[in-house]
Design a binder for this molecule. Structure first.
Ligand code: ADP
Ligand code: MG
Length: 242
C-alpha cells in the first residue's frame, strides 16, 4: 500500500451533482475534488449555496453524484449496493445535520442511543454510553425529556451527542455550533477534535463560525460547487474575509 493510501480517509474526485430538471438545472457540485486525512479535523467554509451540505451528503453516501467517485477509508461508495451502503454508514459514520433531525417521539437519551442500537449493541450498554456523552455535552438532567422541550442550542447538543456516541471513524458536522454561545461551542469543538485524534478517524466540519476555526488542522474553502483553496495552517489564515 502506498503512503497516500494510509493517510487518506476521504477522497472525492471529479464530483458533479445537479438538482432539478435538464431545463431547470441547479449545479450544486461541479468537478469537485476533496480530500480529508486520517487523524485530522478539516473544516469546509464558503458562502451559502456554494455546495457545502451537498458535498457532505455525497461523502456520507446519502446523495449519489451524477459523476465522479467517493472513497471512504479505501472503500468506493459507488461499488456498494444499497444494503452494503447502509451497513457501511452504520459502522463508519456519524452525522450532525444542520437541522438536527432529532426524533420527536423519542426522549433525549433514546435519541442518543439510536446509533448504538442499530449497530446491535445491548440496550444497557447503549443507555450507559448515551448517558455519559449527554453529560459531556452539558445536558445532564434533560435525559428523559423530549427534544422539543429543549432550546435550539440544547437540541443541537443532543444531535452532536448522537453523532459522537458510537465514536464513528468518520464524523461529519454541518454547522455544529450555529445555535451555541462561544464557550459552549468551544467545549463542543474540544469533544469533536478529541475524536479526530486517531489514525482510524477523521472529522469534517462545515462552518461559518470563525470563532471555531482554531480547532481546524486544515481549512478547505469552497466556491461555486468546488474546493477553491486548502489552507494547511489555519493559524496563519487571515479569516477576516470569511
Ligand atoms: N434537494 C435539492 N433540490 C434542489 N436544489 C438543491 C437541493 N439541495 C441543494 N440544492 C441547491 O444546490 C446548491 C448548493 O446547496 P447546498 O449544498 O445546500 O449549499 P450550502 O450548504 O453551501 O449552503 C444551492 O443552489 C441549493 O439551492
Ligand atoms: Mg448547508
Amino acid at each position: 500500500m502506498s503512503h497516500q493510501a494510509h493517510t487518506v480517509a476521504v477522497r472525492a474526485s471529479g464530483v458533479d451533482m445537479f438538482f432539478g430538471t435538464p431545463e431547470n438545472q441547479v449545479v450544486a457540485l461541479k468537478q469537485a475534488d476533496f480530500e480529508a486525512r486520517r487523524g485530522e479535523l478539516i473544516m469546509l467554509v464558503g458562502p451559502s449555496g456554494c455546495g457545502k451540505t451537498t458535498l457532505l451528503s455525497v461523502i456520507a453516501g446519502t446523495l449519489t453524484p451524477q459523476a465522479g467517485t467517493v472513497e471512504v477509508f479505501g472503500q468506493r461508495l459507488d461499488g456498494l449496493g444499497q444494503e452494503e451502503l447502509t451497513s457501511f454508514r452504520r459502522k463508519n459514520l456519524g452525522f450532525v445535520f444542520q437541522s438536527f433531525n432529532l426524533i420527536p417521539t423519542l426522549s433525549v437519551v433514546e435519541n442518543v442511543m439510536v446509533p448504538l442500537l442499530i449497530q446491535g449493541r445491548p440496550y444497557d450498554e447503549a443507555q450507559a454510553r448515551a448517558l455519559a456523552i449527554i453529560e459531556k455535552v452539558g445536558l445532564k438532567g434533560r435525559e428523559e425529556g423530549r427534544p422539543n422541550a429543549l432550546s435550539g442550542g440544547q437540541q443541537q447538543r443532543v444531535a452532536i451527542a448522537r453523532a459522537l456516541v458510537h465514536e464513528p471513524p468518520l464524523l461529519i458536522c454541518d454547522e455544529p455550533t450555529s445555535a451555541l454561545d462561544k464557550d459552549t461551542g468551544a467545549h463542543i469543538m474540544e469533544l469533536v477534535r478529541d475524536l479526530s485524534r486517531s489514525p482510524e478517524r477523521c472529522v469534517v466540519v462545515v462552518t461559518h463560525d470563525h470563532r471555531i476555526f482554531r480547532f481546524a488542522d486544515r481549512i478547505a474553502e469552497m466556491e461555486d460547487g468546488r474546493i477553491s483553496r486548502v489552507v494547511d495552517d489555519p493559524k496563519l489564515l487571515d479569516t477576516s474575509h470569511l
